[in-house]
Design a protein around this ligand. Sequence first.
Ligand SMILES: Nc1nc2c([nH]c(=O)n2[C@H]2C[C@H](O)[C@@H](COP(=O)(O)OP(=O)(O)OP(=O)(O)O)O2)c(=O)[nH]1
Length: 136
Amino acid sequence: MTERTVVVGAALLDGGRLLAARRSAPADLAGRWELPGGKVEHGERPEDALVRELREELGVDAETVERVPGEWPLREPYVLWVWTARLRPGSPAPRPLQDHDELCWLTPARLWDVPWLEQDVPAVREVGGRMGAGAR
Ligand SMILES: Nc1nc2c([nH]c(=O)n2[C@H]2C[C@H](O)[C@@H](COP(=O)(O)OP(=O)(O)OP(=O)(O)O)O2)c(=O)[nH]1
């Protein structure tokens, strides 16, 4: 049996908007938008991994709020787990420090304005439902 590797993604919310991040690498994912995050390391709690990834990739001080129910397959052997998250008081604003070349805060009405990675669409749809965004 293949071991699964959990990739954690953040639905980072601020003022009713969701942060989307445009990948700059690898080539086959570059230019598409995703939920920032990354792989959980051995022995690490997924929530801790997410806070670490958000610090490394975006330079923010964030905290997870709640798990978005569901699990979405990415390329083998990865599966995506998502938490809503928020910036802690005093956190710097997000900047694309690593893995991304552009960030965008999306209102519910604008949620589908960016070309999300195809495999992220079901997760974004779930997040959008919680934000009160129109269905896609
Ligand atoms: N972070 C993230 N990765 C995603 C999403 N959707 C998706 O297919 N992926 C893929 C891209 C990668 O193959 C894998 C996670 O890789 P990553 O590059 O973000 O993870 P990482 O920061 O831990 O990577 P590294 O240390 O190996 O460079 O999951 C998503 O919404 N967020």
